[in-house]
Design a protein around this ligand. Structure first.
Ligand code: MV4
Length: 450
């Protein structure tokens, strides 16, 4: 066969083995890259080729665009799989891949760039009929002018960086007297973090849930949704538990937002996997951002739909295969994912080191996504995510029981992890009764005075 495709996995950790498995199942050849701190990652031994791209520091390895393009040339691949984090939403890198003759496995660099600017994304979505948070996205001219705009929006408001995302450069304003200083602070923080001091203002929602819609498009005006996820259980903008579908939302409301999301993707000729992020409060959806990558929590959507999203990404990009039919995508049961981090359970400080012993959970519809093994050294240089436990069952109550069992079975010795925090969460009454919201973990489950 001369039509075997070959890809380069330009990532590490949980998503690297996830992508390797998906590609090998499809019969692809795979080359993987690694930093000198990562030579013991399991997926490298299972790849057809492994290419060292630099020293541990991400900026010299997994963020080193030239080194990754060189590896792609050396391995003579057809496409580059970015995963999440690192270069996955870097429009310039996506364009470089294309200009070097490699398919960037994701949407076009134009769409990545557009969605990277939260003001542009919001204006575009508003035009496409997507409900957005009321706010002011125009230029900041003077104190008086901006106070007038904020009076129209209504206090409290939140100042956000246009180039932001993930929470940096945000300021909440409860009194008009605090407004100007908050804008100045947000601007300088945004400038330092993103090299742009462009900010915008939104009404601040106090107790929303974070509900997101998974979409997938063919890049030619066709798209489907794969239902919703609730990612409200997070700490410092890092998701901790995700589940699918989001429940306790009236059918007509969620169906409407599915339609609106699909329509927006069709209009945008969106290509591949994407997520529209919404805040959901008092029965209303408000779009905040679109993610143009596969996300860590894609797994819970896979569990309830039976769709392998990573394979769908690969097959669309590499073989122009798109065989989604909305009427054939159905929800089956409920799914939940616990993100297992190598971190101190009290301080949340990363806890790298050698895993002396690991015992994985098992059972029907219990999935463990990880590269870790006994004797593996968790490096100190990267994100502390080391594993994901994903379970599916008939309904949310059963899922909570199944997850508790899976967590009880899990043994990871030698490093500190958040497995016990997850045990407390899945047995917490408020969480079990679905009374949580985005600040729940910080307000009710941990007392950190940082
Ligand atoms: C908000 C908000 C309340 N009101 N926007 C945080 C990260 C960025 N993606 C958007 N974020 C928020 N935007 C308005 N108008 C509250 C948050 C927020 C949040 C959002 C989703 C998940 C977790 C969060 C934790 C704190 C704040």
């Amino acid at each position: 066969m001369n039509n075997t495709k070959k890809i380069l996995i330009a990532n590490r950790g949980v998503i690297a083995i996830r992508a390797l498995r998906a590609a090998k199942e499809l019969g692809y050849q795979v080359a993987s890259v690694y930093s000198t701190a990562d030579k013991n990652l399991k997926h490298l031994k299972l790849s057809d080729e492994a290419i060292c791209i630099g020293p541990p520091d991400s900026k010299d390895s997994y963020l080193n665009e030239a080194a990754i393009i060189s590896a792609a040339e050396l391995a003579n691949v057809d496409g580059i799989y970015p995963g999440y984090g690192f270069l996955s939403e870097n429009a310039e890198f996506a364009e470089k891949c294309k200009n070097s003759g490699f398919k960037f496995i994701g949407p076009s660099h134009e769409i990545i760039s557009l969605m990277g600017d939260k003001i542009q994304a919001k204006n575009l979505m508003r035009q496409l009929g997507v409900p957005v948070v009321p706010g002011y996205e125009g230029p900041v001219e003077s104190k008086e002018q901006i106070e007038d705009e904020v009076k129209k929006v209504g206090l409290p408001v939140i100042i956000k960086a246009a180039a932001g995302g993930g929470g940096r450069g945000m300021r909440i304003v409860r009194e008009l007297s605090e407004l100007w200083d908050a804008i100045e602070d947000a601007k300088s923080e945004a400038n330092a973090a993103f090299g742009s001091d462009l900010v915008f203002i939104e009404r601040y929602l106090e107790k929303p849930r974070h509900v997101e819609i998974q979409v997938f498009g063919d890049g030619r005006g066709n798209a489907v949704h794969l239902f919703s996820r609730d990612c409200s259980l997070q700490r410092k903008y890092q998701k901790v538990i995700e589940e699918a579908p989001a429940i306790n939302i009236p059918d007509e409301k969620i169906n409407e937002i599915y339609q609106i999301s699909v329509n927006a993707c069709c209009e945008l000729n969106y290509e591949g996997a994407g997520t529209l992020e919404f805040l959901y409060e008092n029965g209303e959806f408000f779009f905040i951002e679109m993610n143009t990558r596969i996300q860590v929590e894609h797994t819970v959507t896979e569990m309830i739909t039976g769709v392998d999203l990573v394979q769908a990404q690969l097959e669309l990009a590499m073989n122009d295969v798109y065989n989604f039919d909305q009427s054939k995508i159905k929800i089956n049961g409920h799914a939940m994912q616990c993100r297992i981090n190598a971190e101190d359970p009290n301080s949340f400080v990363p806890s790298p080191g050698r895993i002396m012993q690991i015992h994985r959970p098992g059972g029907y519809h219990v999935r463990f996504e990880s590269q870790i093994y006994s004797g593996y050294d968790v490096p100190a240089y990267y994100d502390s995510l080391i594993a994901e436990i994903i379970v599916k069952d008939l309904n949310r109550d059963r899922v909570l029981n199944k997850m508790k069992m899976a967590l009880d079975e899990t043994v990871i010795e030698g490093i500190k992890t958040n497995v016990d925090l997850h045990r407390r969460l899945v047995t917490n009454d408020d969480f079990r009764e679905y009374r949580h919201y985005i600040k729940f973990l910080e307000e009710k489950m941990v007392n950190d005075d940082e």
